[in-house]
Write a protein that binds this ligand. Structure first.
Ligand code: BJW
Length: 251
């Protein structure tokens, strides 16, 4: 285990020799862009907000205006954020000739894409992929700009059926998009190296994806400043923030 700014030699060797790299990212990947994580002490969203009241189908059914206002605020935070050097390093690595680098993210933001990466899968959905909560029709509308987590904002109605337009994210108790999950599992199994960046590894089934790699003997490397649920099963852990570690690894 290492906490230095220098890339640990064994991790550098794995990265240099890998041709197929799968990167699994979580909220910690976006933290240095100013997008809060969920569970970090003091700064995590779940320190201030109750997931049961905001990120479940039941919460939406009970009070859609409260959910809509919260996601509008979250979206404004994302729109105001910029990709950091870690995002840019992954995009640069993905563009290397001869490298097959696949990114599967739990994040609902678009920071990987704005850095220039192609994302294989958003396993917990996409903030911007709005759809009708009733008929599922995609909605080509945006969120209102909201600078504070205001209590209530009425969601827009669906042009097709009159239902309410909801965020395109996966709430607790909802199934993950099947193709996104399957693609992520395959990417982990087919890789020469799996990097797990900035996730607590607490939320299933996404947290099981690195295990599919481990079961095939694919080396799993964690990049996270703190110990997580991924740490025990990872082959190597580098205790460093994504914005410093990834540029060092790719340079
Ligand atoms: C840094 C850093 C820096 C900081 N650099 N790192 C098995 C056991 C127990 C429970 C379950 C189970 N299987 C399923 C469940 C239930 C549930 C679940 O997992 N619950 C647990 C929490 C107990 N799972 C579900 O409900 C899932 N659905 C499901 O199972 O469906 C079954 C079904 C099948 C068929 C029909 C119907 C149903 C859905 C889960 C959806 C999760 N949704 C959320 C919200 C998305 C929308 C939104 O954004 O609002 O997804 S919850 C939230 O957690 C979000 C994240 O993607 C997810 C994971 O969080 P993440 O990314 O790990 O962030 P943090 O904050 O936890 O960690 C940040 C990490 O970064 C930390 O480690 C830091 O140290 C680190 N860090 N700075 C690098 N600079």
């Amino acid at each position: 285990m290492s906490s230095s700014d220098q890339v640990p030699t064994e991790i550098l060797d794995l990265a240099r020799s890998a041709r197929r790299v799968t990167v699994l990212t979580g909220a910690g990947m976006s933290a240095e862009s100013g997008v809060p994580t969920f569970r970090d002490a003091q700064t995590g969203l779940w320190e201030r907000f109750d997931p049961a009241e905001l990120a479940t189908p039941e919460a939406w059914a009970e009070d859609p205006a409260q959910c809509w206002a919260w996601y509008a605020w979250r979206t404004s935070l994302v729109r105001g954020a910029e990709p950091h050097p870690g995002h840019l390093a992954l995009a640069q690595w993905q563009a290397h000739p001869g490298i097959d680098l696949r990114i599967s993210t739990q994040n609902v933001d678009d920071l990987h894409e704005r850095a220039g990466s192609t994302v294989l899968a958003h396993v917990h959905g996409d903030l911007f992929a709005l759809r009708c909560a009733d008929c599922g029709a995609p909605a080509d509308i945006g969120y209102p700009h909201v600078v504070e987590p205001v209590a209530h904002l009425d969601p827009v109605s669906c042009a097709v059926c009159g239902g309410l337009i909801r965020p395109g994210v996966v709430w607790f108790g909802e199934a993950l998009p099947e193709q996104a999950f399957q693609d992520s599992v395959e990417a982990a199994q087919e890789a020469d190296l799996v990097l797990v960046v900035g996730t607590s590894g607490l939320v299933y089934p996404a947290a099981s994806i690195p295990d599919f790699a481990g079961a095939r003997g694919v080396p799993v490397v964690e990049i996270n400043p703190r110990v997580s649920e991924v740490s025990a099963s990872a082959d190597h852990a580098w205790r460093a923030p994504a914005g410093r570690a990834l540029p060092a690894l790719v340079s």
